[in-house]
Design a binder for this molecule. Sequence first.
Ligand code: AHR
Length: 650
Amino acid sequence: MKKNLFIALTVALTGLQAMAQKTITVKADKPIADMSPIMYGVFFEDINFGADGGIYAELIKNRSFEFFKPLMGWKAEQQPFIEGTFTIENRGVQHTANPRFLRVKTNAQQSLVSLTNEGFRGMGIKQGLRYDCSFLYRGKDKLTYEISLLNAEGKTIGSTTFTPEPSADWKKATASLRSTATEAKGKFKIVIKGAGQVDLDMISLFPEDTWKGRPGGMRADMIQMLADMKPGFIRFPGGCIVEGYDLTNRYQWKRTIGPIEDRQLIMNRWNIEFPNRAAPDYFQTFGLGFFEYFQLSEDVGAEPLPILNCGMACQFNSAELVPMEQIDPYVQDALDLIEFANGPISSTWGAKRAQMGHPTPFNLKFIGVGNENWGPQYLERLAAFQQAIKSTYPNINIVASSGTDPNGERFDYLNAALRKMNIELIDEHYYRKPEWFQENAKRYDNYPRTGSKVFAGEYAAHPDKTTGPNKNNWFGALSEAAFLTGLERNADVVRMASYAPLFAHVDGWQWAPDLIWVDNLSVAGTTDYQIQKLFSLNKGHKVVPALIGTEAIAGQDSLYATAAIDTAKKELIVKIVNTASSAPSIKLQIDGVKTSAVKGTATVMQHQELTAMNSIDAPNKVLPSQHAFDKQSVYTVLPYSVNILRIPLK
Ligand code: AHR
């Protein structure tokens, strides 16, 4: 009995101690680092239907008939059946980037000749919105086209008819129609009326409400999610997609600029990467290419960070290497890219940028060489890039890979070698359990303070073994928040961070968790998204110590904290993360500055359930909320919460 009482008392006392008030001391006049102005950014890759079927607002799948199966995504119908009505022609050397087109021969006896496109997992159609159709055609016969939007049941929800002038050469036809209904799984149908022959290519359909209203542009709701984060940088175009399954499948930026019909489509390597998530209809049309990614970066005020193939294909796939004696064209691509971004319009590549509508430079400062590449073969190729880039453009910062994992022999080998090479930014990747993120909040406390800096280029807590939509839970996001306090405390070492991957379509994903989930009509920011956005909007400028006693706050009693001064707004920002179910009371001791009498604000993101998630069906389940906060009173840190306190200074 006595023993049980002793145990009960001990447990109660331990509980009380855990609940006892703690003092967080902020030494506001003792800056320890300048926060990187581009600390939080986005990692963009065409994975999970992120570009084609995602931010690229094109609704037609396989518009140029260049998929392996030329009519994939299309349904060609005719009544009565006449052999040879639809044929796929290949013009070969006449147009190597886009050799195929569709020839349609209609016969006066036929009551119906039509083509229906299913879109990327359907088409999101909005009531009242204008849709702009265009296609390239060639043919001397006068034919009439009835174009229609269809709902999931095949009922017409908007149509128009037009008769372009016959043309012996390829010509562009355009027509617009308005939708009478909203539909998540719409289709697009073209009925060809009249007898004759026509060649068709680049059949396209865009909504009018693209980002900034640009014709042929991006899906505005998805881009708005990025803009709302005020990203410091945009890394593009990936990811493993940079490397490709093999070298022919690698991303080649020069093939992604200029007129879209000249941009040569290739298979998206995520098409075949995971047999259990195979996506045979996943290709890269490059309707979005490097020009558009530079433009997007400019639109949202982010530094562009292109990553280039380093002469190595994905080492999990073919692992092909370009021999060192043949590396020059790869290196030249990097030099030409810098000229494309920054060169005067009198330069070869600067002129191409100007032709595309952007005479002023994009002011590129960073370039990535290789994605998740490793081994001496990587270092050898990287050295060739470094030598060429630095001798021509000494101010360009090089981002290099430390492999796939943030520790282990492969990482140690690369990390040491890259530091010897004085690489400006070392790209570290962490796809780990949430517990890892909490345990690693001190990861950078003992990193070298000089030399190469860190780019936390791909981070994501993976809370669940099974992946898929709705696996981004609060436990993962809370753990990432704990980890981010460690990055901020070491802002002199860690200069950039981005969650990965960025987007996923609920009906077309290959990799999960992801930052933002979408369907054809809506978007949902996960709890991870909300966390990165909160950190990005509240990063401040000068990092100052936040201590319990004399120690940095990195897991003691499940608390994590960091502090910074926002010199523009003259505010002290204190971030406190509580990963436990207890609710400690905090007294803030602010040393070295005078605070204003004005109350501060506390932005709090909290949920009792670590399994809570934001999803397309419930996008607002866990959101930050704001309330006034008095720095004099005791602050209660709610269980499982992220708290951002902003305190006005005098
Ligand atoms: O983000 C998904 C993939 O994870 C990226 O393509 C690659 O860099 C990493 O392995």
